[in-house]
Write a protein that binds this ligand. Sequence first.
Ligand code: ADP
Length: 499
Amino acid sequence: MTAEKHNISDQANQFLNRTHKLFIGGQWVEAQSGQTFDVVNPATGQVISKVARGGSGDVDLAVKAARKAFEGPWSKMTSSERGKLIWKLGDLLEQHLTEFAELETMDNGKPLAVAKFADVPLAVDMFRYMAGWTTKIEGSTIPVSVPTAPGGEFLSYTHREPVGVVGQIIPWNFPLLMAAWKLAPALAAGCTVILKPAEETPVTALRLAELVQEAGFPEGVVNIITGFGEETGAPLAAHMDVDKIAFTGSTEVGRLIVQAAGTSNLKKLTLELGGKSPNIIFPDANLKAAIAGAASGIFFNQGQCCCAGSRLYVHQDIFDEVIEGVSARAKKIRVGHGLDPQAQMGPLVSHDQLARVCNFLEEGAKEGAVAKAGGKRIGDSGYFVEPTVLVDTKANMKVVQEEIFGPVVVAMPFTDVDEIAATANDSIYGLAAGIWTQNISMAHKLARRIRAGSVWVNCYNVFDASLPFGGYKQSGWGREMGKEVLNNYLEVKAVTTQL
Ligand code: ADP
């Protein structure tokens, strides 16, 4: 562990010191219950802020505000005006980059350098990328034959319209970035939004709401409701006047959202769920790069990435060498308070996550897994876990099958490409995969066989606003980012006129 330092800017400090309200219809309002809940710094376990504890009545008000904005000023704006507002939000965010990074570190625990280098700039980029799309959402003119109307002349075209009022429920691993991934395309498509941040990490979404106000979005276009999953997320998912839910989180809660949609108004859904992604290293790979990529593929963000390369498959000829390399890297990672400039890895987000990850480590050990690096909690204050490399793991073990969502990789040898193609797909998930080899033809052939939404060759965790991201199988429905995501926020209308 590195030493702790806790200096953040006055702006960030002042923001944390406030008790935050809900952002509904352009106003800051208390929860109807009058209740708040504590936000905790996972590096210390200390309370850093207080936020409103939303409930179903608040959700209802937010949906009404979003509906009013959708039917009012927002739909009357030109796409160019909409694009300008989204671009401005990106600009404002960039102007406050350090403050947002500090808030994210205090709330989520991640190292400040990571928040500054990845989370905030990627969020800015997402708003800018999507701002450009507002003016490029087009339908098409379709030549129709209409066999039932011989001799008839028709003009048919499609028109793409926003889905409407969208509930967005996001997780705690990249709080600001997930808000940007969700808000930017919804706004670009012309939807209005009720965003529910995770209860563990509500801070940056609330600060972003202030920038939404400053940018000049009409009231009710973006509403932010803080609260617990069952108390705010569930009523949002079950609401009869919400047209769509976009959810990122656990597969378990994803199922609840499907049920809520099914028993309410059959609202549209997109789901970005869990993963247990294979990272595959062939003997001809550039081993230095592959070892570094295997380590960062799992340890980035404390392993709290749905696409983490959590199943490491190494060809048997190089298995020992690679495991030694990845373990050496794991042992060198400096774990500490995210504000400590020396820290390369922060704490897990919460006590619950700490308990969950430690439980996996214990179960793994019981089933015979051996830790080549790490394997346990660090200290007894804050939620820190050692970067861990497990070997002697078997396909049927819990640590191999289930998503741990912590800095724990399971490593196993393989012998040939057919075997590894089958093993890579031996999962209920299909979010991402990594392939390390110099044989590019083989890599592309293998990429085709792997049932996952993202495949990285000789790299890992490469994201871009223009690249679609999402899951096969139980990793989810639909895609985020790129032009693909816009389809999830648009309805297509076919208009036909007899001439
Ligand atoms: P994790 O298990 O990693 O904390 P969750 O899937 O529980 O992830 O949480 C992701 C988001 O889903 C959070 O914003 C959380 O509040 C929300 N959530 C949790 N339970 C429900 C639910 N029953 N209905 C809707 N949203 C929920």
